[in-house]
Ligand binder design. Structure first.
Ligand code: NAD
Ligand code: UD1
Length: 340
């Protein structure tokens, strides 16, 4: 049985991916410092899969801890989710972001190199494209990240690209996620943001539950069909399956050393689409008001995800209805997230 190291494996996307991997017969070792997650997620993974993953509380910036980990466990590949991800916070605390996201990845790669583990799937983001010239966005679009967070992702992408050029034994997948939402269909696991959510779907869920009084829709004068911003929302279960597909691809004899793939649906939905779909499928009112645009927001963008389909044989299959239903199912069963 292959053992996969999942850094950040108790976070939103990491926990769902751990479930997919366990179901596919992999053994998972999670490394997380719980800076943005709750240890209770481990029991939820066990509840769903019937298997408790190994969990090490530790930091990807801790070189000694990583050396010990690789000396103790035979790891086949790493999926590297660990990172900080709040755009606004990254503007206020850029060094914290570069230290955690860039230096953390460098420390991890040095430890992997020492241990001769040379396969890694990296969580990148559509944020590396910034404001693109047009949508759908192909992987060849230029780097135009507009925040320290986005630039930390672009820097890591460059670092990993250089590594594959220096040593062809490396197998690297850079996965650029669009807007991950949704939850495990059982309602056992989901997104659990701390404080008031910044992102749309968790905010809508908290309005639906009565925890927040009303959604503010940022801007209704964009050049989109209904004037509100459009994004490529992707179900977290589709995203998790994308990681499994990438891992399988990198294990192939004919795998290229470097794979760069958008993970999205190739479709966009407006803020009003999300609100009306959420209301309809869950039979709940979502009070909202239109307010000014949020600084830094792009009007509309979505993925060209055809390369992932062609190379990985992976395609997102879940609809906006599924995303809204599963998000609410999680929220309603866990009104306080994992802190219940
Ligand atoms: P998350 O915050 O839920 O998960 C990240 C996990 O990493 C958390 O459990 C956190 O405790 C852990 N972590 C952070 N720094 C660490 C460190 N130094 N050492 C060990 N553990 C550490 O975020 P997520 O939404 O699951 O995102 C996972 C990855 O995907 C991140 O790298 C993020 O930047 C990237 N990403 C996320 C989105 C999104 O919208 N959620 C979009 C694009 C890319
Ligand atoms: C943000 C991040 C991006 C990250 C992504 C994760 C920025 C600039 N970008 O993208 O790096 O990968 O989250 O999913 O922060 N909206 C409202 N009201 C709200 C919240 C959001 O109207 O209360 C609107 C936004 O204006 C946008 C859409 O909903 O049009 C989606 O917003 P959000 O979920 O925050 O994601 P992004 O801004 O696309």
């Amino acid at each position: 049985m292959q053992k996969i190291l999942i850094t950040g494996g108790t976070g939103f996307i990491g926990s769902h991916t751990a479930v997919e991997l366990i179901a596919a017969g992999y053994e998972c070792l999670i490394l997380d410092n719980f800076v943005n997650s709750h240890p209770a997620v481990v029991n939820r993974i066990a509840q769903i899969t019937g298997k408790t993953p190994l969990v090490i509380e530790g930091d990807v910036c801790d070189a000694v801890g990583l050396d010990t980990l690789f000396a103790t466990h035979t790891i086949s590949a790493v999926i590297h989710f660990a990172g900080l991800k709040a755009v606004g916070e990254s503007v206020r605390e850029p060094l914290r972001y570069y230290a955690n996201n860039v230096n953390g990845t460098m420390t991890l790669l040095l430890a992997m190199m020492k241990a001769n583990v040379k396969t890694i799937v990296f969580s990148s983001s559509a944020t590396v494209y910034g404001e693109p010239d047009s949508s759908p966005i192909p992987e060849s679009a230029p780097y135009r990240a507009a925040s320290p967070y986005g630039r930390s992702k672009a820097m890591v992408e460059s670092m990993l690209t250089d590594l594959t050029l220096s040593d062809p034994a490396w197998r690297v997948a850079l996965l650029r996620y669009f807007n991950p939402v949704g939850a495990h269909p059982s309602g056992t696991m989901g997104e659990d943001p701390t404080g008031t959510p910044n992102n749309l779907m968790p905010f809508v869920c908290q309005v639906a539950s009565g925890r927040l009084p009303m959604l503010s829709i940022f801007g209704h004068d964009y050049a989109t069909a209904d004037g509100t911003g459009e994004r490529d929302y992707i179900h977290v279960m589709d995203l998790s399956e994308g990681h499994l597909a990438a891992l399988r691809y990198l294990a192939r004899d004919d795998a290229a050393p470097l794979l760069i793939a958008n993970l999205g649906t190739s479709r966009s939905h407006s803020v009003l689409d999300v609100v009306t779909t959420f209301s309809r499928v869950n039979d709940l009112p979502i009070p909202y008001q239109f307010v000014a645009r949020r600084p830094g927001d792009v009007s509309a963008y979505w993925a060209d995800a055809s390369y992932a389909e062609h190379t990985l044989g992976w395609k997102a299959t879940r609809s906006l209805e599924d995303m809204c239903r599963d998000s609410w199912n999680w929220q309603k069963q866990n009104p306080q997230g994992y802190r219940n």
